[in-house]
Design a protein around this ligand. Sequence first.
Ligand SMILES: Nc1ncnc2c1ncn2[C@@H]1O[C@H](COP(=O)(O)OP(=O)(O)OP(=O)(O)O)[C@@H](O)[C@H]1O
Length: 749
Amino acid sequence: MSTELDVEQEYVTMLYAHLDGLRADTDSRLATTLRESSSSPTAMTHRDAATAHYSELLAQYGAVENGLCFGRLDFTDGVRSYIGRIGLFDTEGDYEPLLMDWRAPAARPFYLATAASPDGVRRRRHIRTSQRKVTAVDDEVLDLGAGGRDAHDGVTGEAALLSALNAARTGRMSDIVETIQAEQDEIIRSGLNGVLVVQGGPGTGKTAVALHRAAYLLYTYRQQLSRRGVLIVGPNATFLKYIGQVLPSLGETGVLLQTVGDLYPGVRGTRPEPARAAEIKGRIDMVDALRKAVHDRQELPDEPMTLIVEREELTLDAPTVKAARTRARRSRKPHNEARPLFAEEIVAALTRQEAERLGAEFLDAGDLADIRREMAADPVVQDAIETLWPQLTPQRLLTDLYAAADRLASALPDLDEADRALLLRSPRLGWTAADAPLLDEAAELLGVDDRAERAAEARRRRDEQDYAQGVLDILQMEDDADPDILTAYDLIDAGRLAERHDDEDHRTAAERAAADRSWTFGHVIVDEAQELSAMAWRVLMRRCPSRSMTLVGDVAQTGDLAGTDTWAGTLAPYVADRWRLTELTVNYRTPAEVMAVAADVLAELGTGLAAPRSVRETGVEPWRLRVDPAELADTVAGLAADQGAGTLAVIAPSALVDEVGRAVLGRVPDAGLGDRPELESRVVVLTVAQSKGLEFDAVLVVEPAAVVAGSERGRNDLYVALTRSTQWVGVVHAAELPAALANLVERAV
Ligand SMILES: Nc1ncnc2c1ncn2[C@@H]1O[C@H](COP(=O)(O)OP(=O)(O)OP(=O)(O)O)[C@@H](O)[C@H]1O
């Protein structure tokens, strides 16, 4: 065994001993806290806060077990420091740092120093470990006098990086903290304020950067961000599951992960709908449409309404109602908040009628007040008001709108009939992702009293928290932290966040944020940001009035018809041109051979964007295999069954995905497919939309011509499909190939 390995093993063993000491100490503090029996409210609050704090620490110590220490910097002045997932200090000595948190400013040269600009660093060492054992060290000597380095242009820690990139994929994303590259580091550590757009081609690490940025911001601006929380928005639940483990592995747990369909509290927008319907719902025109839909609910009677109040006949005619409506509308209050004004006017008009009938000259102010009170309380009057100006929830407004062709025609007069028909739906059907932003917009227009909903949501979350506490108790007895269970820490960790936010409210910041439509976040991160519709942007901007945001995406990969073509166009209404653009240019996923083919597809898109430069080659050319249409699904299934080690994704056009899925399932019974495919399966069958943001060792693209023809953004979809693989890509087709793929080599049989 080399002496260098021995040296590092000794140090790493010492660090783990230190970590174990911290764990044991925290464990016993937690046990002591839990044994405290005082029942005074103050003592209980302290006890809850301490329990949450110690639980959070234990979660963090468990999360950093793997790869605790991964780097060492030797400076030219003889100073040496070790870099790891958290900071550790020599608490028994004079508090010397034993391990530096990767996010600390002093750790930065680990990611940035180059031979050309060594920043005082003589040597950078990557330390690789397996569990607690040091398995390898890779050195880069940056002091030119001592020999320089040979690496790809701009790539640091090449051996460690290539080893990470070549590793087989598991269906779960892992963190990149050991090998963050300089252009990525710039973005991760960019300041908190303002809108930062990260444009980058496939595999350039946008998702990785977004997650590490969340961890960095929480570390650096902890006070500010723990009060308001950080929201990360991803394209779908499968994707959130894919990335869900990264932040816990970085020791951060208090972040709310949501899809656009989750953005309206109490609603899960998951029902699928035609792409065109989602596109229409995402248009900015829907703001006016909803406004009109609300106005249409403030009705005038066609015929005078006869109300029998206390056996007397009273009349409400259109001019009377119109006068009341005008007064209420003039208040410029949201619909539900203006309703009392309308009601007051109607009651006043009916009171006047009744007074005239009784003979106004015989009534004093007290009599009039009595009549008014009785009128206001009368169920018949209340019903009439409810008909003319109903109390509306966003759900009811939208359900009624979608259920009636005439309401849709009135709200969306410029939309052609076929498109309007796409929006018609039965009131019983659930919500789609595109509905969530509309519900939020409707809530703004209606001025919703959502207290009951919030209480229900809080109750649901409290139950989850109780469950999580139980899981945590069990976990403390086990050493191996299961990544699935780790997510339970989110709730517990967040408990302490809420404590700091408001002593009166014991819900967590994440809980409160998720349940509260009017919650505003300290920072919002959007992944696959190119997919968001104009209506979704409005919700996010409402959730983040400070405009402290990180938006990562690629306008060449936009698949959603309502998505973005240009960042400038999307952001102009909210921040004009006050946003920063950064670009990522190196592709860490897709091998050069595959990227060369994808680059031809990109060129046809006409975005003017350059294809990212692949960091490695595999020597395997992408291939094609042409078969009879009748044999397409079976051939794909046969290839999937023959797949050796590693994960394989079969990416098929929507029109074929079910047929291909069935065939694959026949040959690979444990394949993942359907609405929520199990990504950890060896073989998964997906549409392009489902594959967005994900990656696999190998990819089979089925019938590319149908992918292209399947959507107005079909070429973008093909670009996405081709760039999901880390090792090889095969194309199986029956129809003619799109021109950009014409030069693929035939598969050697
Ligand atoms: N510095 C790095 N070190 C190690 N791996 C990296 C690094 N940067 C990116 N990767 C890996 O490259 C792959 C692609 O990263 P990621 O999914 O973040 O890219 P992306 O830009 O979001 O891609 P897409 O646009 O296709 O969704 C991931 O496996 C990620 O872990």
